[in-house]
Design a protein. Structure first.
Length: 253
């Protein structure tokens, strides 16, 4: 049986019924079942903090209601939807950079983005701000050690972003019509936003030349190409998949 962990989005103008479509599946083993978890809207006193899986961060004054798919042992979500119609899913991404032994998991970042982001752009900023401040790391597997970086699709009814990361650095591409992610890098020179100093960070490690004579290429600089082949067919299928109303999770506001 082929494992498959993929996320896709199709924006409303490009769907048959004019609704944005978002879909995500997860290949965690059966021992890591994912019950749906409802986190209600809440307000929090000044100075309060929240414990993610391995890292404690300041709590937001107000958090949105979220329905998420949560591996039973994790604080964060593999994917979910908040009360404002923002949906986020993440995938493991393997880069040349060794993931840290502790930090925020991709699932932590999904939940933080959903609880604090009223739009896709706002949720993306929540993720990148926390990523830059706290980094990502720690084991994302129960009973074993498995660390990785993350990619995300962050969507609302009218807008979507692909966000790909390595350590505390990231690139983001606005979705024009549809997009898919899998366990590989999809952003090359076609990014719309990036973290400060990402090109210098790659150059210092010998992954990129400042004098390359072209725009910074995230995939060429950061991706570990060895595991890519295992995800390429799934990624291509997601990019061109036929989708219908059964995939719809984002409603018009």
């Amino acid at each position: 049986m082929m494992q498959s962990c993929d996320t896709l989005v199709v924006l409303a103008p490009h769907t048959r019924d004019g609704h944005t479509l978002f879909a995500k599946n997860s290949d965690r083993p059966a021992t890591e079942c994912q019950p749906l978890c409802w986190s209600p809207q809440a307000t929090h006193p000044p100075g309060s903090r929240v414990r993610c899986q391995y890292v404690e961060v300041p709590q937001a004054p107000e958090t949105l209601a979220v329905l998420g798919s949560r591996p039973w042992w994790l604080w964060g979500f593999e994917h979910g939807l908040n009360e404002r119609g923002v949906a986020i899913g993440n995938e493991a991404l393997h880069t040349r950079e060794e993931p840290a032994e502790t930090g925020l998991l991709g699932m932590d970042l999904v939940r933080l983005g959903l609880e604090r982001g009223r739009t896709a752009a706002e949720a993306k900023r929540v993720i990148t701000d926390h990523l830059e401040r706290y980094g990502q790391g720690g084991s994302a597997a129960h009973g074993s050690t498995r660390r990785y970086h993350n990619s995300f699709i962050v969507a609302d009814p009218g807008e979507a972003w692909v966000l790909e990361t390595s350590g505390r650095h990231w690139v983001a591409r606005r979705v024009r019509d549809r997009a898919a992610i899998s366990n590989l890098a999809t952003i090359a020179e076609d990014w719309d936003e990036c973290s400060a100093g990402i090109e210098a960070h790659a150059a210092e490690r010998g992954w990129w030349r400042h004098d390359a004579g072209r725009r910074f290429d995230f995939r060429a600089a950061f991706e570990n190409p060895e595991p890519r082949y295992r995800a390429e067919a799934r990624y291509e299928a997601g990019r061109y998949a036929e989708v219908d109303d059964s995939c719809r999770v984002l409603a018009e506001r």
